[in-house]
Write a protein that binds this ligand. Structure first.
Ligand code: NAD
Ligand code: GLY
Length: 371
């Protein structure tokens, strides 16, 4: 067996029965990767266990947290072969190497080996962290993303970025780890708190402004219903991007619209602003910056802000200092050679990256989006 060879047979050997279960799924496919994204209420019961069995796994580590584990983890474990549940504390402040270390310890204690499948069951925090465990445990084991928050279904579970936060900044240690499958059970959204649903809407709206005027129009007129269809459209935007630029050497950077401002707001607030809220305020800031630079019609500022507000999202921050936010931006992975890089939009579907932004401009924009 080759180092790091996948422990499971390829997708084409799936039984007819499982192929049927996956009917209608979206495939994310590049030169060296292909995995199904299943969007279906009940998929944790109707699809995931059969998929795991068909792939020949005999041992599964389901990694979840203290909120999602009791809701869905125990019943999932009961349906999987040789499965055990690892539960970590809930919250972005726990997306750390310390938590990852406790997961490794529990994997060893449960007798996990290179043939063990890791399943990340939860929001983006769990998906990123469980994926990082899967990328590194015994130099890499197979991974399935089972996102349960809207944000993770729209964005975090797709595209293979996994990792943890560092005291120096968000997502600064990580890897690319493509999952074997992404299983989105939309019935789990029933228990998702309203504020977390709104956070997921921030990423869906981001996908709309970046690349899909039809999705954006639907979100404005009808909101997130029907959720399975909205999710499908939003997932297709991310599919299109990561299939062409999995490692973010080009267009994938556009998905960071709002993230340079947003990550700084999250980090400087000690994560009292949630990721989706940071992205929403960050998108507002990005469009203010675009307008200041004459890159977009000033009407786009109102357009972005009204769309976000109507989805229940914030477009202003409070209780943070613009100078501190500028400092927090210094650790952003998107910067190159000390130069700030921002994703802006000129119009719907027309993102652009600017890299000559000065501190004064950023501070001025941060004043504009301060409460
Ligand atoms: P989260 O994982 O903290 O989940 C939000 C909250 O909802 C948590 O309290 C969680 O326990 C709870 N929850 C999740 N599903 C639930 C359910 N069905 N019922 C009840 N409660 C539920 O946050 P998030 O918004 O899902 O994800 C944000 C994270 O994702 C950030 O760390 C961000 O950096 C990361 N992210 C990663 C990528 C990527 O490409 N890897 C992309 C976007 C965001
Ligand atoms: N959410 C940004 C990315 O996946 O690249």
């Amino acid at each position: 067996m080759e180092e790091n060879a996948p422990a499971a047979p390829p997708t084409e050997q799936l039984s007819e029965e499982v192929a049927k279960l996956l009917a209608g799924h979206i495939t994310i496919q590049g030169a060296e990767f292909a995995y199904p994204v299943v969007i279906q209420p009940g998929a944790l019961t109707n699809v995931l266990p059969d998929f795991v069995r068909a792939r020949g796994f005999k041992r599964c580590a389901v990694i979840s947290n203290t909120t999602v584990g009791p809701l869905y983890g125990e019943s999932l474990v009961a349906q999987l072969p040789g499965a055990f549940l690892i539960t970590v504390p809930d919250g972005e402040q726990h997306k750390t190497l310390d938590t990852v270390r406790t997961i490794y310890d529990q994997m060893f204690a449960a007798g996990a080996d290179r043939a063990t499948l890791v399943i990340g069951l939860g929001g983006g925090v769990i998906g990123d962290m469980a994926g990082f465990v899967a990328a590194t445990f015994m130099r890499g084991v197979a991974y399935i993303q089972a996102p349960t928050s809207l944000l993770a279904m729209v964005d975090a579970s797709l595209g293979g970025k996994v990792g943890v936060d560092m005291p120096q900044g968000k997502n600064l240690v990580g890897a690319f780890k493509d999952p074997l499958a992404v299983i989105e059970d939309t019935a789990t959204l029933k228990t998702l708190p309203e504020v977390e649903f709104q956070c997921g809407m921030a990423e869906a709206i981001k996908h709309g402004f970046l690349a899909d005027a039809t999705l954006l129009d639907h979100l404005r007129k009808h909101g997130p219903e029907p959720i399975d269809d909205v999710l499908r459209q939003a997932v297709l935007v991310k599919k299109h991007v990561v299939e062409q630029d999995r490692l973010e050497s080009g267009m994938r950077a556009y998905l960071n619209l709002g993230h340079t401002f947003g990550h700084a707001i999250e980090q400087a607030s000690g994560y009292s602003y949630k990721h989706g809220q940071g992205v929403a305020i960050g998108m507002a800031a990005a469009v203010h910056l675009a307008a200041r630079r004459g890159l977009c019609d000033p009407g786009l500022v109102e357009d972005v802000e009204v769309t976000l507000i109507e989805a229940g999202l914030p477009v202003r921050y409070a209780d943070l200092n613009p100078g501190d936010l500028w400092e927090a931006m210094g650790t952003d992975k998107k910067w190159r050679d000390g130069q700030a890089r921002f994703v802006l939009i000129k119009a719907v579907g027309e993102p652009v990256i600017v890299s000559d932004v000065t501190r004064d401009e950023v501070i001025a924009v941060l004043e504009e989006v301060r409460e």
